[in-house]
Design a protein around this ligand. Structure first.
Ligand code: IMP
Length: 426
């Protein structure tokens, strides 16, 4: 059975955690393919809230094997702490398998992330300061340490010695920071963390292909989203990996022909954390209302997210770039308080109407959104379980999105709970 990819279509925080959790119910394998603990997934099960950072959502189902793929960057201390916290709440994490090819986030990656942001001043990217960018930079520069290096202390130490010499020089001479101690890092990673992580390391590519060959269901779970993609996002205000569906192949070791379903997650409005262009950004009361009703604060960092109206130019682009086969729309209930709802159907720039994502980003910075205003629906959607339970205006909103985006909407989220979804027929 071919694999399913789940990908964010905006700037992250679309509710992918809840969606992957819902879809994981029917999956044998759930594979994270990029990012690290910059992601934060909140899943509410039976009124209990689980905040996951690194561990794939499938961990909550006993029939699912959660996999951390080669494309992920792993802080082993975070991984161990997250597993311990889940175990303490009765969740079995013993099925988790981590790729040996995944790269390690090291203490100097945090230092460099923080120091770089500080030195950028008002041009900072607004990263999560989790060392993600510096870890991927080392991977590309071929000086990264990998999860499998935890299994071989000699190699670990050799690599650490070489790379730390350079990192400490940069920290001291460029950023005026204190040098990090090689022995301390080696002790933490090799003595404390390696014995905990070693049993989790396995042949993740082999596992995925065995499952596909046996006709079992596999889900490839993206973190962050299309417009935070290193290649397709609003560079440089992006993360350092490829959340787009193409990244799912590289980050998990499957080929494009192994995938036949791409679920694009879109929130019923848009949010973004950190810096960067955002044509439909809202201010004032409307912004406060979306932030408060939607609880738009970072799962990890607690940062207030920037809210805005749904941008269908972006969504259309995300549908193309990821070959989205169906859209899952989340948080429709948050818009219930509004008398009317706006969607951006095009941009205007220098008197010209643009319906495609501009290829020159300076244009995106200065466009004016062209809105269509739709009537609101009032009332509470949270108990809706069928399409017929939704007010007509809410259904019209969903249909308008599908039409402009060029992909059908199959699932609509109406509340934070695991079951608070309405399914639209194929
Ligand atoms: P980094 O991934 O920490 O390097 O941050 C780069 C950009 O991606 C910043 O604008 C972050 O706010 C954003 N970002 C990273 N992870 C997430 C996420 O899970 N949700 C939303 N934004 C994110």
């Amino acid at each position: 059975m071919p694999a399913t990819v789940v990908v964010g279509t905006q700037w992250g925080d679309e509710g992918k955690g809840k969606l992957t959790d819902l879809l994981a119910k029917d999956m044998r394998l759930v594979v994270r393919y990029q990012g690290g603990h910059n992601a934060g997934h909140t899943i509410v099960v039976g009124g209990e809230s689980f905040a996951l950072q690194l561990v794939p959502s499938g961990v909550l189902y006993p029939h699912t094997t959660p996999v951390i793929g080669n494309g992920v960057v792993v802080d082993p201390a975070v991984l161990v702490a997250e597993c311990d916290a889940l175990e303490a709440r009765g969740v079995d994490t013993s099925r988790l398998v981590v790729s040996g090819n995944a790269h390690l986030i090291m203490p100097y990656h945090y230092e460099i992330d923080r120091a770089t942001e500080r030195s950028l001043g008002r041009n900072k990217l607004g990263t999560t300061k989790r060392g993600i960018g510096p870890a991927y930079a080392d991977k590309a520069a071929r000086v990264g340490l990998r999860v499998q290096d935890l299994l071989d202390p000699k190699i670990f130490r050799q690599k650490l010695e070489v790379v730390l010499r350079e990192k400490n020089a940069v920290l001291a001479k460029v950023f005026n920071r204190l040098a990090l101690d090689e022995e301390e890092i080696a002790r933490l990673y090799l003595d404390d963390l390696a014995p905990r992580v070693a049993p989790m390391i396995g042949d993740t590519v082999g596992l995925v292909h065995e499952a596909l060959d046996a006709g079992e269901s596999v889900m490839l779970e993206g973190a962050q989203a299309t417009f935070l993609d290193l290649d397709h996002g609003t560079y440089p205000y992006v993360t350092s990996s490829n959340p787009t569906a193409g990244g799912a192949c590289v980050g998990s070791g499957v080929g494009p022909r192994d995938i036949d379903r791409v679920v694009g997650i879109a929130k019923a409005y848009v949010t973004r954390v950190g810096s960067g262009p955002f044509p439909t950004e809202l201010g004032g009361e409307a912004a406060d209302l979306l932030v408060e009703r939607g609880h738009e604060y970072g799962t990890n960092t607690g940062r207030r997210r920037r809210p805005g109206w749904l941008d269908l130019v972006m969504l259309r682009h995300a549908v193309r770039v990821n070959t989205v086969s169906e859209i899952a729309l989340t948080k429709l209930d948050v818009l219930s308080a509004l008398d009317s709802v706006k969607v951006c159907v095009a941009y205007e720039s220098d008197g010209e109407r643009i319906t495609r994502m501009p290829y020159h980003q300076s244009v995106l910075h200065r466009v004016t959104p062209v809105y269509e205003e739709l009537p609101g629906w009032g009332g509470d959607l949270s108990s809706a379980t069928a399409v017929s339970d939704l007010p007509r205006e809410a259904r019209d909103y969903v249909e308008c999105i599908a039409e402009h985006a060029g992909a059908p909407v199959r699932l609509v989220g109406v509340g934070p709970g695991r079951e608070q979804f309405v399914r639209f027929a194929a």
